[in-house]
Write a protein that binds this ligand. Structure first.
Ligand code: AP5
Ligand code: MG
Length: 189
């Protein structure tokens, strides 16, 4: 299996580039943010809980997130692999993913980390706010909070994969196509 953790701060292009990787490698795309938003739309209990954190730019608690991710992985029978977009976001989530994949005789192949300067992230998210309908894009203070939470709680997850020699930084500035080519090269090398 080819299991890719597509990593990066809010607005780095994880969702955009996941689409490219799905087409190129036939992987299953699992975005925890998208799954939470689908639950919010469906007015599920999970959605109600997730919304109370997401609207503020805070992380949904690990226990809930890990359980949800595992149940999503289990829905797929004999996939070529997964793109994990927006997960893991804490070291506890990274450890849980490793353990869960090991139980299923597989592992994370690589973490590809999209590197984008903070000013560019803010520009992209402010622009997306015009069309996304995402509550967490609408307020610059919430965008800043998401970036701060990323730096404090999520960026350290890179260490977890560096220690396993699975980390690769990818320059996330340029056209969508240029960045896609960098990701393909990293995975095909
Ligand atoms: P999530 O949905 O994962 O949001 P995020 O990490 O904040 O990132 P985004 O989806 O905003 O950005 P992206 O990197 O996907 O970029 P995109 O391709 O859209 O999480 C939302 C919330 O859910 C979290 O805050 C948290 O509350 C909760 N959550 C989710 N996962 C969780 C977890 N594991 N644990 C706990 N809580 C969790 O691109 C952004 C914009 O830029 C788009 O408009 C795009 O068109 C544009 N763009 C893309 N590439 C380029 C380019 N090369 N040049 C110019 N513009 C570009
Ligand atoms: Mg996204």
């Amino acid at each position: 299996m080819l299991n890719v953790v597509l990593f990066g701060p809010p607005g780095a292009g994880k969702g955009t580039q996941s689409e490219n990787l799905v087409h190129r490698f036939g992987l299953v795309h699992l975005s925890t943010g998208d799954i939470f938003r689908a639950n919010i739309k469906g007015e599920t209990e999970l959605g109600k809980l997730a919304k109370s954190y997401m609207d503020k730019g805070a992380l949904v608690p690990d226990e809930v997130t890990i359980k949800m991710l595992e149940s999503e992985v289990k829905k797929h029978n004999a996939p070529k692999g997964f793109i994990f977009d927006g997960f893991p976001r804490t070291k506890a989530q990274a450890a849980a993913l490793d353990a869960f994949l090991a139980e299923n005789d597989t592992t994370v192949t690589a973490m590809l980390a999209l590197e984008v300067p903070e000013e560019e992230l803010k520009t992209r998210l402010a622009k997306r706010a015009e069309t996304s309908g995402r509550v967490d894009d609408a307020d610059p203070a919430v965008i800043q909070k998401r970036i701060d939470v990323y730096q404090k709680e999520t960026a350290p997850v890179a260490e977890f994969y560096r220690d396993q020699d699975k980390y690769q930084g990818i320059k996330g500035l340029g056209t969508i196509e240029e960045i896609a080519q960098r990701l393909y090269q990293a995975l095909e090398a």
